[in-house]
Design a protein around this ligand. Structure first.
Ligand SMILES: Cc1cc2nc3c(=O)[nH]c(=O)nc-3n(C[C@H](O)[C@H](O)[C@H](O)COP(=O)(O)OP(=O)(O)OC[C@H]3O[C@@H](n4cnc5c(N)ncnc54)[C@H](O)[C@@H]3O)c2cc1C
Length: 451
């Protein structure tokens, strides 16, 4: 994937024979497009889903490494709202919903020391800077500076331009650089200074409005989030959702056209790069087609390694790396076989699946991965059995959809499966209701539909 300018409006062309009033054309068969197409088809709407590549899923992708099918990008989903679990259940996957091992994330500080991330925190922002694990991670001076947050009056959320600005002004540079920046880089592939408050954490602006300090707002957010794990996964990998959504959508009558690239869109449909036109209400599920305004490349190396020193999971399920950490190029590490029991069950002791994220991968990936694994975990890596390195483009912000079109997923500046699934389902409901109302109006002879 790469960044593209907004697609030009297409010239009118002869419509395809399938074009009909009430038809919907969904562009892109990632999680968002698949959910919309499946829900619309099940609601009885005539829908065509057009996907440029030869497979569905987008960032819900799989790779085969050392005989294992592994998630290549997304590998878990937020349990917030229960939306993804509900969808998985509808798709017959309830028995395969799994929780990761319960273990704190670790933080590798700029000077190389490893500490568990403060337990009572959101995005690395501590609820109580006096907690001993805060001082252990950023030093006493940093923890003391952070305590000013509880003395200086909090301003309205609008007074803080972005997450970086908020944390720096409230709790100081050490909290920002030592705790928040590594988490934000690991989760959002960006810096806190580029992250708007509402994108950082959906409830943060409201929590700030009703709190006297940033720490209190963090505590409020923590109290509001359900007990238990914040993320869940699927036995076999979350990429299974894509295959099941495709199957269900086809069974409900959706047309899915793979290897079919949309060249441009307009109010009445899409033009394919073959020159064929498909008419219908357009739903953009491809950030490229929406014209991504701000993107960030992230390189992910996934390796199957022999390393007996990893058997005890020295960094739990993973670690986040502070910028400039000596001798480490990676910015985040996930110990996949420690995180997911179903994956560990497929390998003998001493063999592990690990995942490292990079802003940019140096020339020798295998050497870099071995060195980084050693530095982050302290374990010696005996052998790399298999290695996959690929670069993904994530859309941090897309242009708003054109008038008369809808956008879902990253094409609507939404990121992460939980938010994307919830919003895509809502979009499908709204479109289906509108089409149903229009059809009722047409049948009753009312030219403006039912009022
Ligand atoms: C490395 C990585 C790890 C991640 N980990 C997690 C995680 O653990 N949990 C989580 O919730 N989220 C995670 N995410 C984010 C999550 O995967 C994405 O936000 C989500 O999958 C995006 O779905 P989407 O449908 O919006 O877009 P995409 O998945 O990008 O789908 C867009 C689709 O549109 C197609 N397309 C593009 N242009 C055209 C065109 N012109 N015509 C037709 N088709 C086109 C593409 O081929 C693609 O299939 C991760 C992302 C990455 C890259």
């Amino acid at each position: 994937m790469s960044q593209h300018p907004t697609m030009p409006a297409s010239q009118p062309r002869p419509s395809s024979p399938s074009a009909a009033p009430g038809r919907v054309v969904v562009v892109g068969a990632g999680a968002a497009g698949l959910v919309v197409a499946r829900d619309l088809a099940r609601a009885g709407v005539a829908v065509t889903l057009v996907e440029a590549s030869d497979h569905v899923g987008g960032q819900l992708a799989t790779i085969r490494l050392a005989g294992l099918d592994i998630d290549a990008a997304a590998e878990s989903f937020a349990t917030r709202g229960g939306t993804v679990a509900a969808l998985a259940t509808e798709l017959g996957l309830a028995a395969d919903l799994v929780l990761p091992r319960d273990s704190p994330a670790w933080l590798i500080a700029a000077r190389g020391a490893a500490h568990p991330l403060p337990a009572a925190s959101v995005l690395g922002i501590p609820g109580d800077p006096r907690a001993h694990d805060v001082a252990a991670a950023i030093g006493l001076r940093g923890a003391w500076r952070a305590r000013l947050d509880s003395i200086v009056p909090l301003r309205r959320p609008e007074a803080y331009g972005n997450l970086g600005d908020l944390v720096r002004r409230r709790m100081g540079a050490r909290v920002l650089d030592g705790l928040v920046a590594p988490v934000v880089r690991g989760v959002y592939s960006t810096s806190p200074d580029e992250l708007l408050l509402e994108l950082a954490s959906p409830g943060l602006p409201d929590a700030l409005r009703s709190s006297w300090s940033l720490g209190a707002a963090v505590e409020r957010l923590r109290a509001a989030s359900p007990a238990g794990s914040q993320v869940a996964g699927l036995r076999g990998g979350v990429h299974r959702l894509a295959g099941e959504l495709e199957r269900d959508a086809r069974a409900a009558g959706a047309q899915i056209r793979l290897g079919t690239r949309v060249a441009s869109t307009d109010r009445d449909g899409v033009l394919l790069d073959t020159g064929e036109r498909i008419d219908g209400h357009v739903v953009l599920g491809a950030a490229e087609a929406a014209g991504a305004a701000r993107t960030r490349d992230i390189t992910v190396a996934i390796a199957v390694v022999d390393a007996a020193g990893l058997d005890d999971a020295p960094r739990g399920t993973g670690a986040l790396v502070a910028e400039g950490a000596t001798g480490i190029t990676a910015r985040a590490f996930t110990h996949s076989t420690a995180k997911w029991q179903w994956l560990a069950d497929q390998l003998p002791p001493g063999r592990h699946v690990v995942r490292l994220s990079y802003d940019e991968m140096p020339d020798d990936p295998e050497r870099t991965v071995i060195a980084d694994l050693g530095a982050v975990t302290g374990a010696r890596i005996d052998r790399v059995i298999d290695l996959d390195v690929r670069t993904w483009t994530r859309t941090l912000q897309a242009h708003p959809a054109a008038v008369g079109q809808d956008a879902v997923g990253e094409a609507s500046s939404t990121t992460g499966l939980a938010s994307i699934v919830a919003a895509a389902r809502e979009t499908a409901r709204t479109i289906a209701a509108r089409i149903s109302t229009e059809a009722t109006g047409a049948h009753s002879g009312d030219p403006e539909g039912s009022r």
